[in-house]
Design a protein around this ligand. Structure first.
Ligand code: CA
Length: 227
């Protein structure tokens, strides 16, 4: 899950970014309305957190432009207390939810989770063979036994499961699970994937996560058990 924060107050943006990173999301920050619009149009985000009072282009105008251009990414608007409240809560603003400043970290994370669920309009549980991942409870089981994952491993597995049967390249994984400031010269993807593979496969048959040498990774649906 990759999230864009558009917020000109760097301290607030930094605090939101940290709490979402800790939850396991990839996060980019844009610091004015123009930059935010460019980011939102060029990268397929899973959710956008949008401060409404922004330099260069205000949040509601940004949102209107995005919607006119067909970008349907769910948006959580952030407003200062008492400002533009009525317009945001109105039916035509184009935002999916709003949060009034100041807010607690837990509230922000809860709203983003709920936004992501709505955006995907899918069930919370993903299943491939005997592997089950629950995006609401953030738990994973294989053959009925709990698999303990780090936040990054969980994000990787969710991405693999949503694209089961499809080979995902290292670049696709980097773009979806990491941020813009990610240094693609590192072997971080390999390291995290290797840990994840060991935890999920655990010597069980079939080995669900496979490395496709020179190409990337795939979570295989076992043959003959498809829908
Ligand atoms: Ca602001």
């Amino acid at each position: 899950m990759r999230i864009l924060i558009i917020e000109d107050e760097k301290r607030v943006a930094g605090f939101m970014r940290r709490s979402l990173l800790e939850t396991g999301y990839a996060v980019d920050c844009a610091y004015d309305g123009q930059e935010g619009l460019e980011f939102a149009q060029t990268t397929p985000y899973d959710a956008i957190i949008l401060d409404l009072m922004l330099p260069k282009r205000d949040g509601l105008s940004l949102l209107k432009t995005l919607r006119q251009r067909g970008v349907a990414t769910p948006v959580l608007a952030v407003t200062a207390k008492g400002t533009v409240h009525d317009r945001v809560t109105g039916l035509n603003s184009g935002c999916d939810d709003y949060l009034v400043k100041p807010f607690a970290v837990v509230e922000l994370v809860a709203r983003v989770r709920s936004l992501l669920r709505r955006g995907m309009a899918q069930t919370a549980a993903l299943q491939v063979d005997d592997l089950i991942l629950n995006t609401t409870t953030h738990t994973v089981t294989r053959a009925g036994k709990a698999v303990t994952l780090t936040a990054k491993e969980f994000a990787l597995l969710e991405y693999l499961m949503r694209n089961a049967g499809q080979v995902l390249t290292k670049t696709m994984i980097e773009q979806h699970v990491w941020n813009y400031d990610f240094d693609s010269g590192t072997n971080l993807v390999e390291v995290h994937m290797s840990h994840l593979r060991n935890k999920v496969n655990r010597g069980l048959h079939p080995a669900l996560i496979e490395t496709v040498r020179g190409v990337g990774y795939v979570l295989r649906e076992p043959p003959g058990e498809g829908p």
